[in-house]
Design a protein around this ligand. Structure first.
Ligand code: NAD
Length: 394
């Protein structure tokens, strides 16, 4: 790296209740140090993901007890959850932040970041293109969630997943239904199949059928029109569509031992797929794991962050499931976030090329403006004049 002052990368300890991940792990920090970055990590940041301060020190990282020093000296601040609104004033003017910044729920924070002149990137808005795959933290974390959801269900279900022939008789395999076959859903299908369950799945995007079948699961054919939206996502469905879908799903929900729901539409409330009466129609001891619990829930009985029992059926609304696998979640997140960081740097200096669709797609604030149209839409503020956006990017 040729810059005279090496770029300083700061890593904050996460403070959100239950957040166990860390944005940078020691072996990836070591690679950054090797190519000439300075890395400063808040003391204890990696502890709940099983990375000690000493492991960071051995990687050539400065471990700093005072978070204010990390905030105020770093050129680039990495975190999983975005910084607190009250900490924004401590950031350097023109600092860069990279995190899961969420325009729908964090409007005040985004306004504060813009007002302070911070360039804030949101991994929530990263374009889902093949070039961006190595930076796609939504996918890496969804994959962990899909895997763990099946283990959580298996742990709660009073049944074996695989078929077993024992001297005491034959045990039939558990039956698992996965609703939504995106990144989390496909990982849930693969995991449930590995455990020996009989799996069926449904998604409103027809492209999902081939992927579901390639994992050895049955794709449910419902007589419904397809709902393809932009960029490989589903589009928001009408209440009429969802009513028909719920009617058609009812018998399948009742017939399965486990239902894993993962259906969502970016920036919108999750669609309701399982009503209270559909829960009541399930056999006692059955389990629903609702991975959409944070965005409104796919099941009417879901309580975010809680497991509830309804007439003997367990409805698991655990939130932030990737945090329960903090070591691998952090390792994958750190790779994603570092790949995005490296795209922002040229010859050891920050060089933001707004002609690059990845940078343009996930940069939310820059030079005092909220420059991202998608973020503005999600925040319910009018579109910026093109001239204003161009001025901020130049
Ligand atoms: P997501 O988390 O937004 O949604 C999960 C799934 O729910 C999606 O498959 C969606 O179609 C489905 N869904 C929505 N409403 C539904 C309903 N009423 N009933 C049943 N299913 C419903 O999506 P995701 O998992 O992040 O990704 C979705 C798509 O994006 C996939 O096609 C995936 O392959 C693609 N993707 C591409 C890239 C890439 O090219 N880099 C990366 C990640 C994902």
């Amino acid at each position: 790296m040729s810059a005279i002052h090496p770029l300083k990368i700061g890593v904050l300890a996460e403070t959100l209740q239950g957040e166990r991940r860390v944005a940078l792990v020691p072996d990836i920090a070591a690679k950054l140090v090797k190519v000439g970055f300075q890395v400063i990590v808040q003391a204890g940041a990696g502890e709940s993901a099983s990375f000690t301060d000493d492991a960071y020190r051995e990687a050539g990282v400065v471990v700093e007890v005072d978070p204010r020093i990390v905030l105020s000296t770093a050129d680039v601040v990495l975190s999983v959850q975005p910084p607190h609104v009250e900490d924004v004033a401590q950031l350097q003017i023109r600092a860069v932040t990279i995190s899961f910044l969420q325009p729908t729920t964090q409007a005040a924070l985004i306004e504060a970041l813009a007002a302070h002149g911070v360039t804030a990137f949101s991994l929530d808005l990263l374009p889902r293109t093949s070039r961006a795959q190595s930076m796609d933290a939504l996918s890496s974390q969804s994959s962990l969630a899909g895997y763990k959801a099946v283990l959580m269900a298996a742990n709660r279900l009073g049944k074996f997943f695989p078929m077993l022939m024992t001297s005491a008789g034959t045990i039939p395999p558990a039956r698992v239904l996965v609703l939504g076959a995106g990144v989390a859903g496909l990982q849930a299908i693969a995991t449930a199949r590995r455990l020996g369950a009989v799996v069926e799945a449904y998604d409103v995007r027809p492209a999902a059928q081939e992927e579901v079948e390639s994992l050895g699961a049955r794709f449910l054919q419902l007589a419904l029109e397809t709902q393809d939206g932009e960029g490989g996502y589903a589009r928001e469905q009408s209440e009429e569509f969802l009513n028909k879908q719920r009617e058609m799903l009812a018998e399948h929900v009742a017939a399965n031992d486990v239902v894993i729901t993962t259906a969502s539409i970016p920036g919108r409330k999750a669609p309701l797929l399982i009503t209270a009466s559909m829960v009541k129609a399930m056999r006692r001891g059955s389990v629903i794991v609702d991975l959409a619990s944070e965005s409104g829930g796919n099941c009417a009985a879901t309580l975010p962050g809680k497991v509830v029992e309804v007439d003997g059926v367990f409805v698991d609304g655990t939130t932030n499931i990737p945090s329960t696998m903090a070591l691998h979640a952090s390792q994958l997140y750190a790779r994603n976030v570092t790949n995005l960081l490296l795209l922002l740097v040229s010859n050891g200096e920050l060089k933001l090329d707004f002609g690059d669709e990845i940078i343009r797609g996930c940069c939310v604030t820059h030079a005092g403006q909220i420059i991202n149209e998608k973020a503005r839409q999600m925040m319910g503020i009018p579109a910026a004049q093109e001239a204003v956006r161009e001025e901020a990017r130049s």
